[in-house]
Write a protein that binds this ligand. Structure first.
Ligand SMILES: Nc1ncnc2c1ncn2[C@@H]1O[C@H](COP(=O)(O)OP(=O)(O)O)[C@@H](O)[C@H]1O
Ligand SMILES: [Mg+2]
Length: 232
């Protein structure tokens, strides 16, 4: 199989399990997933996020559950101009193996940042949109938990920013029960102690705001001074 000049010789791909789509480009791949640009049966552009099989057509059950979780949490949050829109799930033998996403011709933000960073006007527009996206998901008590430039896409023609990759996202309710923090054990007086001390709601949201801020700084400077590239 060949997509945009690239031959997919790799065995571990779900590409042959989606004959209803015409794959046009392999945009991204790692050990776990492949991202394809494709045309659906109505010749509409879509993006396919497909899990890679462990071998032949056998998928890891945890990977299948994770991708379904990602789909469900985005659908739960509901539509926003700054959130990726998921169209449907791709199933294979009763397991979820992928997501059909809208393709609005956005590119990963990191690939669009000019070497010297965005100019101030474009930077502010991007920063505000990232903040609006985060505000929207927080208003639904959901935390993204993996905000970084590679999980933000940008359409420079329309100057629109969207958050993608809700693979690590969770609802606050689930976070609080898994933290097992007992509020009665805290010293100090509520209302005065720091969010870090409370260790719950505020901190969880602050973590997202920190990641959001670092992503925004990266847009301005095109560098992340205190760590290395792999964390992008
Ligand atoms: N809708 C999209 N538009 C453009 N690029 C995308 C889109 N979805 C994913 N990508 C690209 O694929 C990469 C991996 O997708 P992502 O959903 O972040 O998967 P992972 O969970 O492996 O990080 C992204 O960093 C981005 O470069
Ligand atoms: Mg990602």
């Amino acid at each position: 199989m060949r997509v945009k000049g690239m031959l997919i010789t790799e065995q571990h791909t779900a590409a042959k399990l989606v004959p209803q789509f015409k794959l046009t480009e392999l945009s991204f791949e790692n050990k776990y997933i492949q991202i394809f640009r494709a045309l659906d049966s109505h010749q509409k552009r879509v993006i396919l996020k497909l899990i890679r099989p462990k071998y032949d057509q056998v998928f890891d059950e945890l990977d299948c559950r994770a991708i379904k979780h990602e789909y469900e949490i985005v659908r739960y949050i509901g539509e926003s101009p700054h959130l990726i829109r998921f169209k449907s799930l791709i199933e294979h033998e009763n397991s979820t193996i992928g997501i059909v996403e809208e393709d609005d011709e956005s590119m990963p933000l990191l690939d669009t940042i000019p070497r010297q960073g965005f100019d101030v006007k474009e930077f502010l527009s991007i920063a505000i949109q990232i903040a609006q996206a985060v505000d929207h998901i927080h208003s639904h008590n959901v935390m993204h938990k993996d905000i970084k430039p590679s999980n933000i896409i940008y359409n420079y023609k329309t100057s629109t920013v969207k958050l993608i990759d809700f693979g690590s996202a969770s609802r606050l309710k689930e976070e609080l029960s898994s933290h097992a923090t007992n509020i009665n054990k805290l010293g100090g007086t509520l209302g005065y102690i720091s969010p870090e001390q409370v260790g719950m709601t505020s901190t969880l949201f602050l973590m997202t705001l920190f990641a959001q801020s670092v992503s925004i700084i990266t847009c301005l400077t095109h560098s992340l001074d205190w760590t290395y590239e792999s964390t992008y």
